[in-house]
Write a protein that binds this ligand. Sequence first.
Ligand SMILES: *Cc1c(COP(=O)(O)O)cnc(C)c1O
Length: 234
Amino acid sequence: MNNVQHNLNHIRQVIDTTAQQCGRDPKTITLVAVSKTKPVTMIEQALHAGQVHFGENYVQEGVEKVIHFQSQDLVQRPVWHFIGPLQSNKTKLVAEHFDWIHTIDRLKIAQRLDAQRPQHKSPLNTLIQINISDEESKSGIEPKAMLDLAAEIVKLPHLKLRGLMAIPAAEKDADKQFAIFQEMHSLFLYLQQHYPDIDTLSMGMSDDMTSAIKAGSTMVRIGSAIFGERLKQA
Ligand SMILES: *Cc1c(COP(=O)(O)O)cnc(C)c1O
């Protein structure tokens, strides 16, 4: 067994155990393997280990990987999540190649993706990114702006609003970290009251996935714990 497969098995075990500890069904938690900066050979290893969902941060790099795997004869087609910041001049590539976008924080970007989504594809699964730690430098909208943006996104026929995403600031104190994830979960439940279809709360990375799952995450985005540390800061 190679490292990627070994790490994937371990992460799946952590998800199962954590979910069981808090009385959740592990099947309600989707694992997105974040393959940014990592070669297609590693993605192949993950695919062979049954991994389906992959996350990429950089448009050009991500699109190259999507296209690479389109030409392969695979039992299970990978599902591609765009999880990086998105500028308006790159929306077309995301609309054409990805299955999910996690980082919507402006209506303008959502409208462009809607207009550019190819007709033959199913609607682009969309998450609103919330700036939950209120940091000036990070992307995401303030919680109080969430409902207005959601109301506009649900009008767009080629997007499907699925829920929320957050990248909380790194926090050493586990209780504080958990409290922030709980805040996100409350926002998620609040949005669900307005839009009962939404089903996805994307939060939790290599260092904080167990807190995120305990607080109600339905989608964890795991990079370094599967593929190893990244060289460039990303
Ligand atoms: C890089 C990245 C991840 C994965 O981070 P790890 O700490 O390597 O697990 C998850 N989400 C986003 C948005 C990222 O940019």
